[in-house]
Write a protein that binds this ligand. Structure first.
Ligand code: THU
Length: 160
């Protein structure tokens, strides 16, 4: 028997001012997108901004539905839109921010499992890492260098 440790590096920033201008700009786009979320059921608004290798930024926000499972998370709205509008163009990074109208979210919001899987598909396909920036409404910002970091032992097309 063998035990293995899987570790990854996470960078913490105390404020937006500590980010590179590229990352700060991307997070600003995610914040703007968050404000247009349609989240009347959860009151939890999420914004995502995807930076593509061609320099374009594609945004998304969560879109809920009276039939709850029919809604979609911000991250998937954004990456699917990027895939639809700029097919074959690589994704460099994704900024994610969340807030709630019922409490103050001061911790970074990490993507849900379905979004991790969906973003991972793009990362595996493009064979280069997608960096993730995560933020609540206020407070610290987390950055990880690859989706694989937060979805270790992932399932991908190589198994099919
Ligand atoms: N949500 C996202 O947009 N992204 C996530 O990664 C987690 C959850 C949305 C889905 C739903 O509209 C609301 O947040 C509450 O789950």
């Amino acid at each position: 028997m063998q035990k293995r440790n899987i570790t990854f590096e996470l960078t913490t920033f105390d404020s937006l001012e500590e980010l590179s201008s590229e990352d700060a700009n991307l997070m600003a786009e995610a914040v703007a997108a968050r404000k247009n979320a349609y989240a009347p059921y959860s009151n939890f608004q999420v914004g995502a901004a995807v930076l593509l290798e061609n320099g374009e930024i594609v945004i998304g926000n969560n879109q809920e539905n009276a039939s709850y499972p029919s809604g979609l998370c911000a991250e998937r709205v954004a990456v699917f839109y990027a895939g639809a509008k700029y097919p074959g163009v690589g994704i460099k990074s994704i900024a994610i921010t969340a807030t709630s109208t019922t409490y103050q979210l001061t911790e970074p919001a990490a993507p849900c499992g379905n979004c991790r899987q969906s973003i991972s598909e793009y990362e595996v396909r493009q064979k280069s890492p997608i960096a993730l920036l995560m933020m609540g409404e206020t407070g610290k910002i987390l950055k990880c260098d690859s989706m694989a970091d937060i979805l270790p032992l992932g399932f991908d097309s190589s198994f099919l």
